[in-house]
Design a protein around this ligand. Structure first.
Ligand code: ZN
Length: 300
């Protein structure tokens, strides 16, 4: 009898002390949310992103293994604004009450974001436009990275209250680091105030407004619609009359359209990381470094 109790005790002890069970499981829809969750969760969390770097976040094809990941998640973090609508099917199939909207472990990171380009008229998406609830690319503004981190902090406190002080401290450290780096990024882009660039996809409105820059136009005629010959020709004509030369293309998109325009204009194409994980980037800071450098290159 004594042995049996001891064996049971040991089994419980081994089970509860194993790292996998002690760690809070965080599942995010994108690598950027995952990187920010790692900053706030530190070594108390294990983070997985459903979308891989350089996958178009507008149209990820979910896999059966994604359902298992969400099933085992303590915290589920998403972009919202219908950017990651593909995750709804995964979440429904996982049947994890914590990860469902309204659940203790559900974080819609778009909730507290001040949204831009919210359509004033009803657009259905039938025209191919994929930004029907406003522009969802808000994580490209470092200021919004802090808002995302804050919401992840709240989520982690909710599911793991005993470590609330650690999550708060990690959030405060990340937030202070962003403030510090933001000053440097602003200095680097200060000489280009008011300048305009051409981008591939309409994803820079948050970034541009943070840094006092402008978008002149996009290689896509509408968000999600591939470039066409007539659109590119019109764009070249208007770039010529406005004297705009710089083009920024995230690593996920083909550069042939940009190269064509640049050749015509004598301008330069800057390829920037689409994801944290693209072009060797590993965290929010070196990702934003690469993006800021890319915009500098395009505008020089
Ligand atoms: Zn988009």
């Amino acid at each position: 009898m004594k042995n049996l109790v001891l064996t049971a005790f040991c089994a419980v002890f081994i089970f509860s002390s194993s790292g996998a069970n002690a760690t809070v499981q965080v599942v995010t829809t994108t690598p950027e949310l995952a990187a920010i969750a790692r900053e706030v969760g530190g070594n108390l969390v294990q983070v997985t992103s459903l979308a891989k770097p350089d996958q178009d976040y507008h149209k990820v094809e979910a896999k059966p293994t994604d359902v298992v990941k969400v099933k085992n998640a303590d915290l589920f973090v998403r972009i919202g604004l219908d950017m990651d609508q593909w995750a709804d099917a995964v979440n429904n199939a996982a049947r994890n009450p914590k990860a469902q909207p309204g659940g203790v472990g559900y974080v819609d990171a778009g909730r507290l974001i001040r949204k831009k380009e919210v359509p004033s008229t009803n657009i259905s998406g039938a025209s191919g436009d994929i930004h029907v609830f406003g522009n969802p690319h808000y994580w490209l503004d470092p200021g919004n990275a802090k808002v995302i981190a804050y919401q992840i902090d709240l989520g982690l406190r909710g599911i793991d209250p005993k470590n609330a002080a650690t999550y708060d401290a990690n959030y405060a450290r990340f937030s202070a680091q962003i403030d510090q780096r933001l000053k440097a990024w602003k200095q680097e882009l200060a000489p280009f105030q008011g300048k305009a660039v051409v981008a591939y996809h309409d994803e820079w409105v948050y970034f541009l407004s943070q840094f006092g820059l402008k978008a002149f136009g996009y290689l896509e005629p509408k968000p999600g619609i591939p470039p066409s010959g007539s659109h590119i020709n019109n764009l070249i004509a208007s770039m010529k009359s406005a004297g705009v030369k710089g083009i920024v293309v995230p690593s996920i998109y083909p550069t042939r359209f940009a190269d064509l325009v640049a050749k015509e204009m004598g301008g330069s194409v800057a390829v920037v990381p689409y994801s944290i994980g693209s072009l060797g980037t590993t965290d929010y800071f070196n990702y934003m470094d690469a993006i800021v450098n890319g915009f500098k290159k395009a505008m020089q």
